[in-house]
Design a protein around this ligand. Structure first.
Ligand SMILES: N[C@@H](CCC(=O)N[C@@H](CS)C(=O)NCC(=O)O)C(=O)O
Length: 207
């Protein structure tokens, strides 16, 4: 398998999952800043021009973080990254989808890429302010949901925890926010995991 990632982008969540399951994969650096996600070769694989992109062993591309996360969890059942219990699996997906669809796309992207939402630069401060509000609402929901527990759902690491890693990273390192206490503890526990450390090291991110 090949993972196309940009350092510190949402692809970090998939990178962590790949390291957790321990399957052989190649991490292909695709710098968004340099437009590597917009070359004809890349667009031929992913016309959306986004990371993460997973090229399966069959050569078929797969996009969208929740879909890739579920795929990886299903092909590596021994890693137990998506619970068998439908109640717990639904709880995991509720978190993964909320992160992907709302906290990321509605919140963080508005703050980081206001031009995607309003071509008029005069509107960018307002777009960014609203994005930050949505992002912070997301952090508050995740904080309450996590409570004093070690993992997002149940008593073991899942694709929900991997998804929380890149949100916590963005909050602490990109937006320079102070993480609320439960998320701060979760982020620290995640960063102590060898798989997370390998993903950060490959992407050149400081722990
Ligand atoms: N809905 C997609 C969103 C992917 C996405 O927006 N990725 C960002 C990086 S975090 C990206 O590739 N941006 C490049 C661009 O918009 O040019 C998913 O969940 O995988």
């Amino acid at each position: 398998m090949k993972l196309f990632y940009s350092p510190g982008a949402c692809s970090l969540g998939i990178h962590v999952i790949l390291e957790e399951i321990g399957a052989p994969f190649e991490a292909v650096r695709t710098m968004i800043r340099e437009g590597a996600n917009r070359t004809p070769e890349y667009l031929a694989m992913n016309p959306k021009g986004k990371v993460p992109l997973l090229l399966r062993d069959t050569g078929r591309p797969l996009t969208e973080l929740p879909a890739i996360a579920v795929y990886l969890a299903r092909i590596a059942p021994q890693a137990h990254l998506l619970p068998d219990d439908p109640e717990l699996a639904a709880d995991v997906m509720e978190i993964v989808e909320y992160i992907a669809a709302t906290v990321h796309m509605q919140g963080f992207t508005r703050w980081a890429r206001p031009g995607n939402f309003a071509p008029d630069e005069a509107l960018h401060p307002a777009v960014q302010a609203r994005g930050l509000e949505i992002f912070q609402d997301g952090l508050a929901w995740l904080e309450a949901r996590l409570g004093g527990r070690d993992f997002a759902v149940g008593d073991r690491f899942s694709i929900a925890d991997a998804s929380m890693v890149f949100i916590e990273f963005w909050a602490a390192e990109r937006a320079k926010l102070t993480l609320p206490p439960h998320l701060a503890g979760h982020f620290a526990r995640m960063k102590a995991r060898p798989a997370v450390q390998r993903a950060f090291a490959t992407e050149g991110l400081a722990l």
